[in-house]
Design a protein around this ligand. Structure first.
Ligand SMILES: Cc1ncc(COP(=O)(O)O)c(C=O)c1O
Length: 365
């Protein structure tokens, strides 16, 4: 029998695939229609002018061949200008920006480009489960974040956090930079929910901190800010050496991104930005509703489109799914420290959210 290469066998179980499977099985089991608050898929797509840019570009004859492998220079410029305007970060688009087919890919590439196999990577706990996949692909070991007194080769940070919906504590980015300089290690900041912050907070880029681009990169995703999750477009920004390595790796494993997707990305980044503010306001309004409804529960959300809350004693995500027909993401799926907690998604219609909150109230009564 042909052996499975170690690279494949060491990949962890895909947490989200398993979660979707359990929810689908519960839905098939019959009973009241399920209310699914377990997923993190933006429920509203990009604004009209972005879709128009895609279709207009796709109607041209000259866009169907290979696009430049490292991305359109105008797209790199567009994200660099947005970084200047929104986050006060000035980037050199030719050296400090790599175009990615979604930032999930960048999460994997960073580990492979920054860490030798056998190295150690610090991960948030609880944190986004795909970070474990990155560690496995790089043949590295992971340790949960427990402060900056740690010997490691790289660290993943993620604020606002999926799943805890917390924004970056004051001074944490600066500490991360100092740690990386001291340890000669690299930092990746996953900024997937960067623009979705509540209560008048301003989005905080890791790269706005002094020295950050000497030690790491930030991943900016078009998925949540512009509702373009299915389009697969994102960026790695900051350290020029890491950007170079990521582009080199992509030269070997990808052949660029369909030009109409890139042109639409330019339209999204440079066009009217009211949809970004609207999204933020919508999620903040739903967050307020969820927190009011879970009033006696320990719950938090400073950003993202999630609420993170402690499950009352005797209640599990499984019992909520089976007995109350409401799906949540179980905290332990995000790491050992997530046990006893759950993540609720606000990326659903008001009606579905209200129905789910009603069921949770009944379950917790
Ligand atoms: C924390 C976090 N990082 C990264 C991603 C990946 O985003 P993208 O669509 O850019 O690959 C997600 C998607 O859900 C996420 O929640």
């Amino acid at each position: 029998m042909r052996e499975v290469p170690d690279l494949i066998s060491r990949l962890p179980d895909q947490y989200f695939t398993a979660l979707l499977g359990r929810v689908a099985a519960a839905a098939l089991a019959g009973g009241e229609p399920l209310v699914d608050l377990g997923r993190g898929n933006p429920e509203v797509g990009p604004p009209e002018h972005v879709v128009r840019a895609l279709t207009e570009c796709a109607g041209r004859d000259d866009v169907h061949g290979y696009a430049p492998f490292s991305g359109l220079p105008a797209l790199k410029e567009a994200i660099a200008i947005r970084y200047g305007e929104v986050y006060g970060v000035h980037l050199d688009p030719s050296r400090e920006v790599a175009v990615l087919p979604g930032t999930k890919t960048g999460l994997m590439e960073f580990a492979m480009c920054a860490v030798e196999s056998g190295g150690t990577i610090v991960l948030p706990d609880p944190g986004y489960p795909d970070y474990f996949s990155a560690v496995a692909l790089a043949g590295a070991k992971d340790v949960p974040f427990d402060g900056f007194d740690v010997a490691a080769d790289a660290m993943y940070l993620n604020f606002p956090s999926n799943p805890t919906a917390a924004t970056a504590p004051d001074g944490l980015f600066a500490e991360a930079v100092q740690w990386a300089e001291r340890s000669e290690a690299w930092v990746l900041h996953d900024f997937a929910y960067g623009d979705l912050v509540f209560d008048g907070r301003r989005p905080q880029s890791f790269l706005a901190v002094e020295g950050a681009r000497r030690v790491g990169i930030e991943l900016f995703s078009m998925s949540k800010t512009y509702g373009m999750a299915g389009w697969r477009l994102g960026f790695a920004l900051g350290n020029a050496e890491l950007v170079r390595r990521i582009e080199l790796l992509q030269d070997h494993v990808f052949a660029g991104i369909f030009r109409p997707v890139q042109e639409a990305g330019i339209a999204a980044l440079t066009g009217p930005q009211d949809s970004v503010a609207e999204r933020r306001t919508t999620y903040e309004r739903r967050r307020n509703r969820a927190l009011a409804s879970l009033e006696r529960i320990e719950a938090q959300s400073e950003g993202t489109f999630f609420v993170w809350f402690r499950l009352p004693d005797e209640i599990t995500v499984e019992s909520l799914l089976v007995e109350h027909r409401v799906a949540l993401a179980p905290g332990e799926g995000f790491g050992a420290r997530g046990a006893g907690w759950a993540r609720l998604s606000l990326a659903v219609s008001d009606e579905i959210l209200d129905r789910g909150l009603e069921r949770l109230r009944a379950a917790f009564a």
